[in-house]
Design a binder for this molecule. Structure first.
Ligand code: SAM
Length: 431
């Protein structure tokens, strides 16, 4: 029965916690769908990398691994790779390997626990059958358009300040009328707002449809976005720290050798992140800061020695995101040196009220969390914010902001140069 309860909880929340352990399996699609009232995220568009109709899962994975081999073996890298195979690891690689060896037993144990949850594994395989096919989402947007809008490019053109987004309040107004709401809560049916360098909010309790250049975007209830380049982020600094954020999630565009990544979004040299106004963004009662990092040793050292100290963040724990295929196996060998099947989320505090005395107990319960998911496409990070909410200091509901966001969440402010990216109607279908 315990197992049934866990499964029911998973069906409802998208989170399966292995009993007596810090291991979770998470279905990002179910978690994201908790944000919406009339729409739902199409699992086929989220999981397009691991479930496709034209390939079997194994064929698909072979393709991915093949792509990886090709990119790893091009030009200069080919030579370095060969050299690395012949010679021993350099100093940084040795340190990275040491880190890996230290957490390896934890990851192996988590994966074993997951493989023992047989009912869960059956449901994961069935995620495949739930897939609705691309047409259903695309239909709503008048068929799949070849190109998505590139907000990154549009934000740079001289006309950028002239672009408006149209918010459609019809749905919200319908609810106001149905519930006999007072006229002051009623909006005109459409509102035009500047798209860039402007805080655009859906402060209703319903999904809001918005439109820009004939493409529709869904804004979840109680969410807002600010779309700008890094130079304008200071516009989000609150005048009063009582209105600051107590949960800050950051997934920076770290410089990366992968050409695939480069084609998806621009990256920034590390020194730019030192000047992010983290201290100014936080709430009077402090904040929990969660930062996605890559497995490169140089980056880890930069975060530990420069970035966290510059932001005033005290490191508390690391959450490991372990990536599995639909059949439960890891997406690649755990010990592949340049391509690990896991990524790390470093968690720290900017303390106002979390004292030295309190921190160890928080660290203890946060420690060694492993979150498993089937990865989404486009190096999308899983929505793990909810798992961390209980560790956030200060007011409830938590005041949450995601920096360098590509999507929106209920109760969150999303900032970046393309926070509407995954809000495109093509990723949704109607409930
Ligand atoms: N967490 C996101 C997800 O799961 O989909 C991925 C974020 S991605 C690592 C980094 C984001 O930062 C990209 O959307 C990129 O376009 C954006 N970015 C890069 N340079 C930027 C800049 N100068 N100002 C604002 N955003 C920038």
């Amino acid at each position: 029965t315990e197992n049934n309860e866990l499964m029911l909880e998973f069906q409802k929340s998208g989170v399966y916690k292995i009993p007596n352990s810090q291991t979770f399996f998470v279905d990002p699609v179910r978690i994201l769908n908790r944000n919406y009232t009339q729409f739902r995220v199409c699992s086929s568009s989220y999981y397009s990398r691991f479930f496709t109709s034209s390939f079997t899962i194994d064929e698909q994975n072979e393709k991915i691994e093949e792509k990886f081999r090709v990119s790893a073996s091009s030009g200069k890298r080919k030579r370095t790779q060969r050299r690395k195979q012949c010679y021993s690891l350099n100093e940084k690689e040795l340190l990275a390997d040491q880190r890996h060896q230290e957490i390896r037993p934890l990851l192996v144990k988590a994966h074993e626990e997951f493989l023992e949850a047989k009912k869960l594994l059956n449901v994961i395989c069935e995620l495949n059958c739930e897939i609705e096919g691309w047409e259903c989402c695309a239909e709503l947007n008048g068929g799949i358009k070849e190109e998505e809008v590139s907000f990154i490019e549009l934000g740079k053109v001289w006309q950028a300040p002239l672009y408006d987004i149209a918010l459609d309040f019809t749905q919200a107004n319908k609810h106001v009328r149905k519930n006999g709401g007072s006229p002051c809560t009623q909006h005109d049916d459409q509102e035009l707002l500047p798209l860039f360098n402007n805080l655009v909010s859906n402060d209703t309790s319903y999904d809001m449809v918005s439109e820009f250049q004939t493409i529709r975007y869904i804004l979840p209830k109680d969410s807002c976005f600010y779309m700008s380049e890094l130079e304008q982020i200071h516009n989000l600094v609150p005048a009063d720290s009582e209105c600051g954020f107590n949960f800050i999630m950051i997934d920076p565009p770290w410089e990366n050798r992968s050409a695939y990544q480069k084609s998806k979004y621009p990256t920034l040299p590390n020194k730019h992140f030192l000047s992010l106004p983290i201290k100014q963004l936080i709430h009077t009662s402090g904040a929990l800061v969660a930062l996605w990092v890559t497995n490169r040793e140089k980056l880890r050292k930069f975060v530990e020695n420069e970035l966290f100290p510059a932001w005033g963040v005290r490191y508390a724990a690391t959450l490991y995101w372990l990536k599995v295929k639909a059949n439960g196996t890891l997406i690649c060998d755990l010990d592949l040196f340049h391509h690990r099947p896991y990524e790390c989320l470093l968690i720290g505090y900017i303390d106002r009220h979390v004292t030295d005395y309190e921190l160890p107990s928080i660290v203890k319960s946060l420690k060694d969390q492993v979150v498993m998911t089937i990865p989404g496409d486009y190096s999308r990070k899983p929505p793990v914010g909810d798992l961390l909410l209980e560790y956030v200091p200060g007011p409830r509901p938590a005041r949450c902001i995601e920096l360098f966001a590509r999507e929106m969440m209920a109760g969150w402010t999303s900032w970046g140069n393309e926070p509407l990216h995954f809000q495109d109607m093509r990723y949704f279908s109607r409930k």
